[in-house]
Design a protein around this ligand. Structure first.
Ligand SMILES: Cc1cc2nc3c(=O)[nH]c(=O)nc-3n(C[C@H](O)[C@H](O)[C@H](O)COP(=O)(O)OP(=O)(O)OC[C@H]3O[C@@H](n4cnc5c(N)ncnc54)[C@H](O)[C@@H]3O)c2cc1C
Length: 287
C-alpha cells in the first residue's frame, strides 16, 4: 500500500483535479518579540483582553479572514488567513502589515506561510493500492482551516481498517461515512461566510444565530445541537440577521442534505459518479 500524505502541493498520486483558487486559504503564522511591553499592554486593554488571551479579528480581508493576536510574556504570536483569489491581500501581507504598523511589536523570531486547501474532501480517497490522507485528501475542517487533527483521525481510520484485515477501500468508506458529511457541510458554511461583507458579518454575529454554543461546536469540529432553547430563539435571531438569514437558511438546508448523502457514501466505485454529481449539486464545488 502507498499512502500519499504529501500535502496540498505534493505528489497527488490519486490524480485529483486542481484546487480552485477560491478554495485556497493563504495562511501565515509568526512569533515576534515584544519590543515595548507597555505598548503591548495598552493594545490588549483597548480590547478588554489580557496576556494569554487570543484576540481574533474576523473579516479584515474578506468574510473568510482572520487575524489572531496573542501576547505571552516577551513574545507575541500572530496568525492570519485570507482568500487572495477574492481580491484580498494574502495572510502573509496582512500579518506583516499588522506587525509593521505597531511599534510595540519587535523583530520576528520565527514563522512561515503557505496555502491551506479548503473545499469538500476528495471524493476518491483510495484506488488500487494508493490512499490519500490529510491535506492531500482535502481532509481539512475548512470553516477554520484546520487539518492537523483531521489528518491524524484519517491515519488512525486507515490503520484500524488494515489492522482489522480490511482493504484500503474500507478506510475510504469508513472515513467518508463517518466524517465526510461534517466536513462537506461546514464547507458550505465556509463558502457562505466567504461571501459576507464586514457589515453582514457583524450583523450575523449580533443576531444571535452564531451564539456561543454554535461557535464552540464549530471550534470542536462538531455539529451544534438543536436544543429547545436555541430553536425557540431562532425566529427572532433570523429576523435580526436581516438579509443574511435567507442565504444562511439555504446553506443550512444544503448542509443537512450533505450529511445524509455522505452517510451513504457508496462502497462500489461504479456508483460514485452518481453520488459525486448529487453531492456537487448540493455543495456547489467539486470533490
Ligand atoms: C500558517 C498556518 C497555520 C495553520 N494552523 C493550523 C492550526 O492551528 N490547526 C490545524 O489543525 N491546522 C492548521 N493549519 C493547517 C495544517 O498545517 C495542515 O492542514 C496540516 O499540516 C496538513 O498535514 P499533512 O500532513 O496532510 O500535510 P503537510 O503538513 O503539508 O505535510 C506534507 C509533508 O509531505 C512532504 N512532501 C511533499 N512531497 C513529498 C515527496 N515527494 N516526498 C516526500 N515528502 C514529500 C512535505 O514536505 C511535507 O512535510 C495551518 C496551516 C498554516 C499554513
Amino acid at each position: 500500500m502507498i499512502a500519499d500524505a504529501s500535502g496540498v502541493a505534493g505528489l497527488n498520486l490519486l490524480g485529483a483535479p486542481p484546487i480552485p483558487s477560491r478554495d485556497l486559504c493563504a495562511a501565515a503564522q509568526a512569533v515576534h518579540a515584544v519590543a515595548d511591553p507597555s505598548g503591548a499592554r495598552a493594545f490588549l486593554s483597548e480590547y478588554g483582553a489580557r496576556e494569554g488571551d487570543t484576540l481574533c479579528f474576523a473579516g479584515l480581508a474578506g468574510g473568510y479572514s482572520i487575524l489572531n493576536v496573542s501576547v505571552h510574556g516577551d513574545e507575541v504570536s500572530l496568525l492570519t488567513g485570507t482568500i487572495p483569489a477574492d481580491g484580498h491581500q494574502s495572510g502573509r501581507a496582512l500579518l506583516e502589515g499588522f506587525a509593521a504598523e505597531r511599534g510595540w511589536i519587535g523583530a520576528r523570531i520565527f514563522g512561515g506561510h503557505r496555502a491551506i486547501p479548503l473545499g469538500r474532501p476528495r471524493d476518491t480517497l483510495a484506488r488500487g493500492r494508493v490512499v490519500a490522507l490529510g491535506d492531500a485528501a482535502r481532509q481539512v475542517f475548512s470553516a477554520h482551516g484546520s487539518g492537523i487533527g483531521p489528518g491524524m483521525v484519517a491515519a488512525r481510520t486507515l490503520a484500524d481498517a488494515l489492522a482489522d484485515g480490511g482493504r484500503v477501500e474500507d478506510y475510504a468508506v469508513g472515513w467518508m461515512r463517518r466524517h465526510g458529511g461534517l466536513f462537506a457541510a461546514y464547507d458550505v458554511f465556509r463558502r457562505f461566510s466567504q461571501s459576507l461583507s464586514p457589515m453582514q458579518l457583524t450583523r450575523l454575529m449580533r443576531s444571535g444565530l452564531m451564539d456561543a454554543e454554535a461557535t464552540a461546536a464549530g471550534m470542536r469540529q462538531r455539529l451544534p445541537t438543536a436544543s429547545v432553547g436555541r430553536l425557540v430563539g431562532m425566529p427572532a435571531a433570523l429576523r435580526r440577521a436581516g438579509g443574511v438569514s435567507g442565504p444562511l437558511a439555504a446553506a443550512g438546508a444544503r448542509m443537512a442534505g450533505l450529511l445524509a448523502l455522505y452517510a451513504r457514501y457508496p462502497r462500489a466505485a461504479s456508483s460514485r459518479a452518481r453520488w459525486s454529481a448529487a453531492v456537487t449539486a448540493l455543495h456547489g464545488g467539486a470533490g
